[in-house]
Design a protein around this ligand. Structure first.
Ligand code: AHR
Length: 490
């Protein structure tokens, strides 16, 4: 089908916070241990214990911010167990995630080192559910204070003289569920108390993120904004795309029907409605949009791969995941006035991962490639892109988003959600296209469950778009079914 859009390259309608392209890595399954941390003595090439191949891959996609240590794990995590000499750190069982032994070898210093390697901002989630105000307060002090104090001395004794710079701090996770099963009223009061002791030391200014709603729990947002909106910089929201039902079978990552493809797209698009509705409530209390909506967990959630620990949440990743990713970014960008950060769950080996590992081997998923292709949008200004004909279908065939960076380079991303139909895209742009260098990348597949494996790592990889036609100020490109494309105009 043919789709015509008018792209107003002179109408910038908001700034796309680069943190929309953020990530989340939890102590869960092989997300941290094996996925990122292998230890200094590992035969897997590493730098101070962090595997080189994964860092190299992740650096390529310009991760702006990384959330850690959970997730549900955050409300069971006691940071003091994860500092000091490795062999002396406490061992515990990760009761929430698969009963794995947690040796605490990856702790605050290792996480901060990872962020330095990735050149990204740390986003730390503190423990409200089973922790204390003192514990949270001292963690911030340990990381960011440079004056005289027991925490500073302790940090120095553990080999780090300078405090780290830490902007993003979450006060609890899913406090309505695994983070303590609280009511919104109770959590709002706790939030007010805990956040008081999340101090700004010296130049370090913390952006405080309150634990927000699950999916469509609008009452949670209402209560939090009313009772504590003036004491937060961000409020979170969690929503996963699950084709089936959470407790009754979520659906397979690779073995699914065309109906499940459609349901998945529909459920991914639901993110738009959630942001609008939570956003309306936030607008009531915060019309100037000072409080960011922080979608710090999103992505596909399928049944685990056969034979893997159900608590490890290990799933494959297909071209369907790539489309879900593209759609989410378009939605987040459309709402860039309120959405200031998002964190896909999760970076390595867990849920909708970028990278899957098997001992010393790694592969890059279709989701990874979308992050790579879309990175031109980071920090860009969102442009108005209008469809010439009104959209009538519940699941549109094509989704588009465009931005312009400060150098004037335009990035246009497109998704063709259809399983069979090609989409012919006509883009009328008020720019002199003849003077532009135009290039394009395409991610597609011939099977809806196409995915990369260790044996065949290049089944779903981006290719150059060979044919982009230009007529005066109109650009035309054809997108095969099931594809994500990015055009760059320099
Ligand atoms: O990402 C997996 C889990 O999903 C997180 O630990 C939790 O916050 C959410 O329920």
């Amino acid at each position: 089908m043919e789709h015509t859009f008018i792209l107003h390259s002179d109408q910038e309608i908001g700034k796309i916070n680069r943190n929309i392209y953020g990530h989340f890595a939890e102590h869960l399954g092989k997300g941290i241990y094996e996925g990122i941390w292998v230890g200094e003595d590992s035969p897997i090439p590493n730098t101070n214990g962090i595997r080189n191949d994964v860092v190299k891959a992740l650096k390529q996609i310009n991760i702006p911010v990384l959330r850690w240590p959970g997730g549900c794990f955050a409300d069971e995590y006691h940071w003091k167990d994860g500092i000091g000499t490795h062999s002396e750190r406490k061992r515990m069982v990760n009761t929430h995630w698969g009963g794995a032994v947690e040796n605490n070898h990856f702790g605050t210093h290792e996480f901060m080192m990872l962020c330095e390697m990735l050149e990204c901002e740390p986003y730390i989630c503190g423990n409200v559910g089973s922790g204390t105000v003192q514990e949270m307060s001292e963690w911030v002090e340990y990381m960011t204070f440079e004056g005289e104090s027991p925490m500073t001395e302790w940090r120095k004794g553990n080999g780090r003289d300078e405090p780290w710079s830490l902007t993003y701090f979450g006060v609890g996770n899913e406090s309505w569920g695994c983070g303590g099963n609280m009511t919104p009223e109770y959590y709002a009061d706790l939030y007010r108390r805990f956040q008081t002791y999340v101090r700004n030391y010296g130049e370090n200014k913390i952006y405080k993120i309150a634990g927000g709603a699950n999916v469509d729990d609008y009452n949670w947002t209402e209560v939090l904004m009313e009772k504590a909106g003036n004491l937060m910089d961000g409020l979170s929201l969690h929503y996963y795309t699950i084709p089936g039902e959470f407790w009754k079978g979520k659906g397979s990552a690779t073995n699914f029907t065309t109906d499940e493809w459609q349901i998945t797209m529909k459920k991914a698009l639901y993110m738009g409605e959630l942001i609008s509705k939570h956003g309306e409530i936030m607008d009531k209390y915060d019309p100037e949009k000072k409080v960011g909506l922080i979608i710090d967990e999103w992505g596909t959630w399928f049944d685990v791969e056969e034979g893997t620990n159900p608590g490890f949440l290990y799933q494959q990743n297909t071209i369907r995941d790539a489309l879900v990713t593209g759609l989410h970014f378009h939605i987040f960008q459309e709402h860039c006035d309120r959405v200031q950060m998002t964190n896909i769950a999760q970076t390595v080996n867990v849920l909708q991962a970028m990278v899957l590992t098997n001992n010393e081997e790694i592969l890059l998923t279709p989701t990874y490639h979308v992050f790579d292709m879309f990175k031109g949008h980071q920090d860009g200004n969102l442009l108005l892109a209008e469809k010439t004909e009104a959209e009538t279908s519940e699941i549109p065939q094509v989704s588009i988003s465009a931005s312009k960076n400060e150098l004037g380079q335009v990035t246009i991303s497109l998704c063709n959600l259809d399983l069979q139909e090609e989409a012919v895209i006509k883009l009328k742009i008020n720019m002199d296209l003849q003077t532009k260098e135009i290039s394009g990348k395409l991610l597609t597949a011939t099977e809806m469950n196409a995915h990369n494996t260790l044996e065949n790592p290049n089944t779903v990889v981006p290719i150059d778009i060979e044919e982009i036609s230009i007529f005066d100020n109109e650009l035309e490109v054809s997108l095969p079914p099931m594809s994500v494309a990015v055009l760059t105009l320099v």
